[in-house]
Design a protein. Structure first.
Length: 198
């Protein structure tokens, strides 16, 4: 696909709960995800992603923090520490990307969010810190079909923060995403999550 087909679109790359399209839909359409505790307002544009595909990221996935949505730790991505991270990329508009990011930080999407412009330009050194929050550091993880692959994560490296355990509900949501995007079986999913929960 030429990058000219969707000039205002980018790949939003999820490595956590949003790997499951049902959970991502709550950020686009609004609503509470299965197993979650908070309702999301939804994006200004509720159009489903144009495409989605599994992608492999070089880097480390780890769990940290305490989520009001899930009741346990959540996933973060450290692109500088060697490893393998399974992810699911969705082709969405820059505005939708900004709205997903806003809701990850418990904000309501607003018009003229500057992040929508940021993601359409190359990120200096492949990173952009939009704020101090847990999911406000953007990382460019590559290019697919002429469009950038972008994710957001913590500003901290994996070794700079205390790790914690995700809740059963969060792990179930990630598991659903790994099944959906990669067709992994139960044992593959258990092995992947267990290795990153230590």
């Amino acid at each position: 696909m030429s990058s000219d087909v969707w000039p205002d679109h980018v790949w939003y790359v999820s490595y956590g709960s949003n790997m499951w399209s049902t959970r991502l839909a709550c950020y686009l359409e609004g609503g509470t995800p299965p197993g979650g505790a908070r309702a999301n307002p939804g994006a200004r544009d509720q159009t489903p992603p144009v495409r989605s595909t599994a992608v492999d990221l070089p880097g480390t996935l780890y769990f940290a923090g305490q989520s009001a949505q899930w009741g346990g730790a959540v996933a973060f991505y450290d692109h500088l520490t060697p490893g393998f991270t399974a992810a699911h990329a969705y082709l969405v508009s820059a505005q939708q990307f900004a709205d997903i990011a806003a809701q990850e930080m418990h904000r309501v999407p607003v018009d003229q969010d500057p992040l929508a412009d940021v993601v359409l330009s190359p990120l200096p050194e492949g990173r952009h810190r939009a704020g101090p929050g847990a999911y406000e550091t953007l990382v460019d993880v590559g290019v697919l079909d002429g469009r950038p692959l972008l994710t957001f994560t913590s500003p901290h490296a994996a070794h700079e923060t205390d790790h914690a355990s995700p809740s059963d509900a969060y792990q179930a949501t990630m598991s659903a995403g790994l099944r959906e995007s990669r067709a992994w079986d139960v044992e593959q999913i258990r092995t992947y999550l267990t290795a990153r929960s230590m």
